[in-house]
Design a protein around this ligand. Structure first.
Ligand code: 13P
Ligand code: SF4
Length: 349
């Protein structure tokens, strides 16, 4: 087996050889061993925008998870091929809404509410769900632009069907002044709308999905911080539950969290509620600030972490040898429908 140094120098030499024919986008949650080779890093929105803008690279080796690579494939040309260094790098939240369940839910919701609903889909979803969204006039959202897109959706219809993350949907709608009782949860396992309210009051229907990484942050964690470090500010990702976001001082996407800490004065103290690799990187980049993870056990995204140095090298070597592994290719029909929902997002986000 190659040593770490040998793997790193092989990756560097392949990158040099392929030049601008190769593009490596890296999500903020990726490991340092991978992120050091990323040509661009970003949150989900930035990586979608960068993929759409790049017309030059023939090979895009996506260091992130499966739904991000699918989105990159849909936003790039046919000549540009997208690869995922490890096919096991999925997203448990995206897997919580499958197209079969969604197609079952829609007619029931139509029956309950008539033609008053528009779907809004977090990019953390399969291409098939994005296509469903496009087909019904809806848009995708990311944690950076969810607010704008929810506002837009209410100009289109009276109600929003938000999937698959109930927490991002609830937090965003709550911030826009929608009362919690006007939000109902769609349970895809029971094909049932969970609410005690009269149906005419329901404005937001939240798919019962969540991110298991961000559910690792609890109100108890915020209480410990308040007790032990009373001056510390708490900032969390909106994939955390409503209770946790309410107990925190601020919430926003990974980019928002990074920008907030960058702007914070030297000596300030922060507890961050998001994925471990990013929190550790922020801690290292700001030795002048007191930064901790909101959950002292940290919270890794295990599927993101499947992309590592050996997988990155394996993927790059396969491209160098002309027999690329793990191409992510969304079929044309799905792409056409999904693109309409992605384009509605990119036009407004
Ligand atoms: P953002 O990159 O949009 O902040 O989303 C975080 C995330 O969970 C990606 O899977
Ligand atoms: Fe999915 Fe959560 Fe991991 Fe993001 S952090 S990829 S939402 S499981």
């Amino acid at each position: 087996a190659l040593s770490v140094k040998e793997m790193e120098s092989r990756i560097l030499s392949i990158k040099k050889k392929l030049g601008s024919k190769l593009f490596i986008p890296g999500h903020h949650y990726q490991k340092d061993e991978v992120i050091q080779f990323a040509d661009s890093t970003g949150d989900s929105l930035q990586l979608a925008q960068l993929s759409a803008a790049n017309k030059e690279a023939e090979h895009i080796v996506f260091c992130g998870v499966h739904f991000m690579a699918e989105t990159a494939d849909m936003l790039t040309t046919k000549q540009q091929h997208v690869y995922l260094p490890d096919m096991r790098a999925g997203c448990s939240m995206a897997d919580m809404a499958d197209i079969y369940q969604t197609e079952q839910a829609w007619p029931i919701l139509q029956e309950l509410f008539g033609d008053t609903i528009i779907p809004l889909t977090y990019v953390n979803s399969t291409a098939a769900i994005k296509a469903f969204t496009g087909r019904h006039g809806g848009a995708c959202v990311t944690s950076s632009n969810a607010k704008e897109l929810v506002q837009w959706a209410f100009t289109q219809k009276q109600r929003i069907f938000f999937l698959p993350d109930q927490h991002l949907g609830r937090n965003t709608a709550y911030d826009l002044g929608i009362p919690l009782e006007n939000m109902a949860v769609w349970n895809p396992h029971k094909n049932l709308l969970e609410t005690k309210e009269p149906l005419e009051n329901i404005q937001v229907i939240l798919w019962k999905g969540h991110c298991s990484v961000h559910e690792g942050f609890t109100v108890q964690h915020t209480e410990v911080i308040r007790k032990e470090h009373p001056t510390m500010r708490i900032i969390v990702h909106p994939e955390c539950s409503r209770e946790v976001v309410a107990a925190a001082d601020d919430a926003g996407s990974t980019k928002y969290i990074i920008d907030t800490i960058n702007r914070a004065p030297s000596g300030s103290a922060w507890a961050i509620g998001t994925e471990m690799n990013l929190v550790n990187r922020i801690i290292k980049q700001h030795p002048d600030k007191h930064i901790v993870s909101l959950n002292e056990n940290f919270c890794p995204c295990l599927t993101m972490n499947r992309i590592d140095l050996p997988h990155l090298l394996w993927s790059l070597e396969s491209i160098e040898q002309g027999q690329p592994h793990n191409r992510i290719q969304v079929d044309e029909h799905t792409t056409a429908e999904a693109l309409s929902s992605l384009e509605r997002m990119l036009a407004r986000g």
